[in-house]
Design a protein around this ligand. Structure first.
Ligand SMILES: Cc1cc2nc3c(=O)[nH]c(=O)nc-3n(C[C@H](O)[C@H](O)[C@H](O)COP(=O)(O)OP(=O)(O)OC[C@H]3O[C@@H](n4cnc5c(N)ncnc54)[C@H](O)[C@@H]3O)c2cc1C
Length: 536
């Protein structure tokens, strides 16, 4: 594929986030030759920094984003069935208080203001119930249970909340392990023939007679390569505009709006598996979500973030905002001391000229530029939830320029390890424990939730924990690390601790350092072979 072998690939995709990897999987499955170049690790940017919900986006109804909400609602169950290991249904508790007032400039509140001026600044209970009725019925729900009302004074869900909240609505959406979603799409794309190149930055792409000439550089060893492709996909997320301007040098008027969103993680704030949907006085909403068994995830914020080269961080102001927000709901105040981790990502939204970051559309826009000869598809916006539909729409556009012999195929097709029914997770965990009696509950649960049916392949013929090689802490063993390096494109301890898993929340700094050193030594010894004993 490099200039040396002279071959021309059909599709060259810039960006190994969910959109690049989703398009790669779909395209490879339709017989196209595909190369993905990701400048860092897969999902190293926005696609590991989301709130991790497969959701319709209840709040988008207030903005009349019916197309997006309907598509996302339908997708939830299609995705759930294709990945019952990394995604699961979740119930959301929306506490309600009649005196709540909001700063709000949504189309819905403006409409309400015209017809019922006395309702200005309010989201009445009947309006929320109407929204949830639409939410329940717009997306052809089969697996997820419907909305119900809840008395907070007589249910465990009400216990952590301040007494002034008496009533709540409870509705359904789904959780997804976002960075694992990306890597599983990349793996499936590879299994269908795609080349996935990580740590490979696209320096430039130029049109030439038969297509594109793309220059890349490996960010670890500096090696440069040249690729040729018939069509280019720019799935650079926050860098989509930068790629248009400085890498491809297109004369495009399309713009991207970069909006940072940050989260804080605390020790577990409540003892049940449901999530809270909290409304703020500024009209925004945040979630408080049970996270990684022992933690609570709280987010997100909306802040303009103009420069994609500036790594996003959760600022002290954002931390204070999230703490204050949560403290208006929970009995037990949280403080900065309770924060164990923060993360931040940048939404690459299509610039629709909206007045505020919160109001900017979350829908995706795909634009093909073929004016100067060979075509390029630029991807703007999108949600994790709509990545599969975005890929299908991308393939429709691609097929106008390349010969694509088959149609859409990804709906319901399992991702690696997801080949079991949605309601059989507990059974999978039990079966794994039967096959490997030395596993603790936490360990078996973690392995099934990460790898599904592939967990057996990682454990191989082990009959004791010692058979899995070195123990790096928190149930991470040499066998699993070897698997992640050889099967899941992991290169560093950070890839493993913060994207392939979230074991970074549990390992001490000293344990992480040991893992880092062990991986460096493995790379230096040039060993590509599995080292763990008696594994596959
Ligand atoms: C705070 C927050 C919360 C969110 N919550 C949700 C949610 O709950 N549910 C939901 O559905 N969606 C959510 N989203 C939206 C979702 O996360 C994004 O829409 C999605 O991850 C964007 O994916 P992407 O592939 O376009 O971008 P990215 O994941 O950023 O991928 C782009 C990739 O391109 C690479 N790249 C850039 N330039 C180059 C180059 N020159 N060469 C090679 N590689 C390059 C980057 O390194 C990057 O990895 C959230 C977003 C944010 C920020």
């Amino acid at each position: 594929m490099s200039s040396g072998d002279g071959s021309v690939t059909d599709l060259f995709i810039i960006g190994g986030g969910i959109n690049g990897c989703g398009i790669a999987r779909d395209a490879a499955g339709r017989g196209l030759s595909v190369v993905v170049a990701e400048m860092n690790d897969l999902a190293s940017a926005t696609s590991s920094a989301s709130t991790k919900l497969f959701h319709g986006g209840l709040r988008y109804l207030e903005y009349f984003e019916f197309r997006l909400v309907r598509e996302a609602l339908i997708e939830r169950e299609i995705l759930l069935e294709a990945m019952p290991h990394i995604s699961w249904p979740m119930r959301f508790i929306l506490p309600y208080h009649k005196d709540m007032r909001f700063e709000s400039d949504t189309p819905t509140s403006n409409l309400l203001g015209i017809f019922m001026p006395w309702m200005r600044g309010k989201r009445p209970a009947w309006l929320i119930r109407l929204g949830l009725f639409i939410y329940d019925n717009m997306g052809g729900r089969k697996i997820l249970p419907a909305t119900k009302t809840l008395s907070l004074h007589s249910t465990p869900e009400g216990e952590p909340l301040q007494d002034r909240f008496e009533q709540a609505f409870e509705y359904s959406d789904c959780w997804v392990e976002d960075s694992r979603l990306v890597v599983l799409n990349a793996r499936d794309a590879k299994a269908r023939g795609a080349s996935i190149l990580t740590r490979t930055k696209v320096l430039s792409a130029a049109r030439e007679s038969a297509g594109w000439r793309i220059e890349t550089q490996n960010i670890e060893n500096g090696k440069k390569e040249t690729f040729r492709a018939r069509m280019l996909v720019n799935a650079g997320g926050p860098w989509v505009g930068d790629i248009i301007q400085s890498k491809i040098r297109l004369n495009s008027r399309e713009g991207v709006r970069l909006v940072r969103g940050s989260h804080i993680v605390t020790r577990k704030l409540f003892d049940h598996g449901k999530c809270y949907f909290l409304q703020g006085t500024d009209g925004r909403i945040i979630f408080a979500i049970p996270y990684q068994t022992d933690f609570t995830l709280i987010g997100t914020t909306d802040a303009e973030h103009d420069d994609p080269t500036q790594p996003p961080v959760c600022t002290p102001e954002e931390q204070a905002y999230l703490i204050d927000f949560a403290n208006r709901y929970f009995k037990q105040d949280i403080t900065e001391e309770d924060i164990v981790w923060t993360y931040s990502g940048v939404r690459p939204l299509y610039d629709d000229g909206a007045s505020s970051a919160t109001a900017a559309t979350r829908d995706y826009t795909l634009k093909v530029d073929a004016e100067g000869g060979a075509p390029v598809l630029n991807v703007f916006g999108g949600k994790i939830t709509t990545y599969r539909r975005l890929a299908e729409t991308a393939l429709e556009k691609i097929s106008e320029h390349l010969s694509v012999s088959s149609g859409p195929w990804t709906a319901g097709v399992p991702l690696p390890g997801g080949d079991f029914p949605v309601d059989q997770v507990d059974r999978q965990i039990e079966d794994l424990k039967k096959s490997y009696p030395f596993l603790t509950d936490f360990w078996a649960h973690r392995l099934i939730r990460a790898y599904g049916t592939e967990a057996h392949g990682i454990l191989g013929e082990a009959t004791s924990a010692a058979d899995l090689g070195r123990d790096f802490g928190a149930t991470l063993t040499e066998a699993e690390v070897n698997w992640l390096i050889s099967h899941e494109f992991a290169h560093t301890a950070e890839d493993i601790l913060w994207r392939r898993s979230k074991l970074g929340l549990r390992l001490t700094q000293a344990e992480s350092d040991v893992l880092n050193e062990w991986i460096s030594a493995r790379h230096q010894s040039g060993s590509g072979r599995e080292k763990a004993r008696r594994t596959i």
